[in-house]
Design a protein. Structure first.
Length: 221
């Protein structure tokens, strides 16, 4: 499999109209279980890119998901099961939640975490190579997002598209739609799409990845 690709995305409806607000209500009720990751930036759940790749290790990640997986399983099992089923239909192969891995979790950006000064760096999603499970950079993988609430001006992802004669490429915006399952490989340079925000804005998403292992596609975060 190529190390990088052209950034193709796939979308499919996941939640009925209004269902995202119910998920947010449950998420806000579990605020005491959130982990502060930076100014105005929280997660509910463990993430390899935060708990392993940024100076951590698998032991810290395992300890974190040992606390957060039961919370996510108790409050959001219907949502994560729906993601698993829909992702399997989208890629045409069955998916399972990875053993010894974190369940899909939530990004919560409040207004302070949405300032343009905090614009993400362009990156590839290769954090699976930091797990002690023998995954390689070229192991087939996917990244998915379920947008639950976006700033008033919208939000999404931007990918860097290769352009002949332009070594910097071109940034292409992909706007999220609330309640959809948005899937890409993570192997094109990408980052959060920034839009103007007000004091009332929040950006809340369910996040996760899938990796093809010997036992089939494994879902984790």
């Amino acid at each position: 499999m190529p190390f990088t690709d052209d950034g193709q995305v796939r979308r499919t409806p996941l939640l009925e109209d209004g269902a995202a607000s119910g998920v947010i209500d449950r998420l806000l009720a579990a605020r005491d279980r959130w982990t502060r990751r930076g100014p105005g930036f929280f997660t509910l759940g463990a993430a390899v890119y935060l708990d392993v790749a940024r100076g951590g290790d698998y032991a810290r990640y395992r300890t974190h998901f040992g606390r957060s997986n039961p919370v996510i399983r108790h409050h959001f099992a219907r949502l994560t099961e729906r993601v698993r089923d829909r992702l399997g239909l989208l890629i045409g192969e069955p998916c399972a939640f990875g053993e010894g891995l974190a369940l899909p979790g939530f990004h919560i950006f409040l207004q302070e975490g949405l300032q343009s000064a905090l614009r993400d760096n362009l990156h590839l999603d290769l954090q699976h190579t930091r797990l002690p499970m023998g995954f390689r950079a070229e192991t087939p993988s996917l990244t998915f997002t379920v947008p639950l609430e976006m700033p008033h001006a919208g939000g999404g992802l931007e990918t860097c598209e290769i352009v002949a004669g332009n070594p910097r490429g071109r940034l292409v915006p992909h706007d999220y739609r609330i309640g959809e399952l948005f899937v890409h490989s993570g192997r094109a340079l990408h980052r959060r799409l920034h839009r103007p925000v007000t004091a009332e804005c929040r950006r809340i998403t369910l996040q996760g990845h899938a990796i093809r292992a010997d036992r089939g596609w494994q879902i984790y975060w």
